[in-house]
Design a protein around this ligand. Structure first.
Ligand code: SF4
Length: 191
């Protein structure tokens, strides 16, 4: 059985090529300069502080680390809150205008599949989004992740965040390679 961490799904959805680099090259932190690393850590700490405050006012059962299974995957992770009918994930960022960021949706959907919930709720700084998990879609993504982990090289998924990607230089040199076989991974899951 293969092991997967829900946070890997977010990385993959953010950019499959970044996921490739993280798996096959040095860790991102090793590529960052000290200044970039400090800025990155400060952002993480601010994000966690927000996360903590929202969790304090959130009702429901607070979860601990767990191991579950979905299809032929062993999943290690920790959902933020599991309610009777839904899984709630709390994010420190703002959400898109309509729906949720695709990686957040997939991460919450994986938890929902494991805990047998019909809804995922993603709480952003600017409001919450409610969506239905789709197990088939989830499986397709997990299979693509496996291919990338095995060494298949995906195309870039360009966004404004490429500016701060530690792999930007090598990514630009490699260009759009991989574009001929890889499906388009959306940025947003519409509600
Ligand atoms: S530079 Fe952009 S497209 Fe390339 S790996 Fe980084 S995030 Fe992905």
């Amino acid at each position: 059985m293969k092991t997967i961490r829900p946070s890997d799904i977010r990385t993959f959805a953010f950019c499959p090529r970044l996921y490739f680099f993280e798996n096959h090259l040095m860790k991102a932190e090793e590529l960052m300069s000290l200044k970039e690393l400090i800025e990155y850590k400060v952002k993480l700490i601010l994000g966690k502080a927000f996360h903590f405050v929202v969790e304090l006012v959130e009702e429901g059962e607070k979860e601990k680390d767990f191991e579950g299974t979905f299809a032929w995957y062993k999943v290690k992770g920790r959902p933020d809150v599991v309610k009777e009918d839904s899984v709630v994930e709390v994010k420190s960022s703002k959400g898109p205008k309509d729906g949720a960021w695709y990686g957040d949706y997939l991460q919450a959907s994986l938890y929902a599949a494991i805990f047998g919930k019909e809804k995922v709720v993603i709480k952003y700084r600017d409001g919450e989004r409610e969506l239905e998990p789709d197990e088939e879609e989830l499986l397709t993504i997990l299979q693509l992740m496996e291919l990338v982990k095995e060494g298949y090289f995906p195309p870039p998924k360009k966004s404004k965040w490429c500016e701060s990607c530690p792999f930007r230089e090598i990514c630009e040199k490699l260009g759009d390679e991989g574009d001929d076989w890889f499906p388009r991974i959306p940025y947003v899951k519409r509600a």
